[in-house]
Design a protein around this ligand. Sequence first.
Ligand code: HEC
Length: 242
Amino acid sequence: MKNSPIILSILFLFATMFCAFQSVAAPIPKDKAAEIASYTATMIIAGRGVVAKNQDLINDPNKGNKGFTPEYVEKQMLESFKKITGKDISDLDPEVQKVLKEVIDAAKLSVKMNQARINQKGKGFKMYIPAVFGRETGQILKAKTDIAIKQTTFKYRNAYNQPDAFEKKVLKMFENPDYPMGKGYGAIENGRYRYLKPIYIRQACLKCHGEPKGALDISRHKKEGYKLGQLRGAISVSFPVK
Ligand code: HEC
């Protein structure tokens, strides 16, 4: 058959993907689940912050090559992670490190896939924003491992982010004014550890998610009318446990 080398290489690709999936899909020990979930959410928050901090650079229409490379983003993410947690990832438990490296690799792949968009000259707003970075990183990680990351909220713009029953329950808890600000919540459900870390509206979020409610933001979405400090949603992490 003329096409057999192509078919063979496709088969090989699937086999490699399958093995990769198997190696990282292994269930995580229950006693490490809370730590891994919390650090994973923090790493996503760090990455979102890096994309936020570099918005002016990314959206500079006069500059072609921005130097916003996967390696640059990795370095910034690790620095930000250290600022937030006080820890280098090398200080952490090897099981935690393994997962965080997968998260960083997924983030780097999102940045890599978007190089043409980021480096486009003559275009201002490019829609490579924290939410897009976070969604893509989660989607890549989920395709490669059995770890799912989602940025969820009741007022979702992208249907991909809509909360499931567990996420709704926890978001409701976070909305309670008596719930401690910033505190994550985790539980085991159907063999998976489920964890949410709340995220809040900061100054930089208001130009798209703030007031006046219903007005269009630069991404041509309707603003939700949030005020500074309000709960915006959560980083949701889930994976199988043993
Ligand atoms: C430039 C406009 C812009 C800014 C600034 C912005 N966002 Fe968003 N945000 C969006 C868009 C557009 C989406 C939908 C992205 C997608 O398609 O996944 C979104 C989605 C989200 C989501 C996922 C849930 C959903 O609505 O689908 C969260 C959570 C979120 N934003 C939080 C924040 C926070 C927190 C900040 C400030 C640190 C922020 N955003 C700043 C435009 C913005």
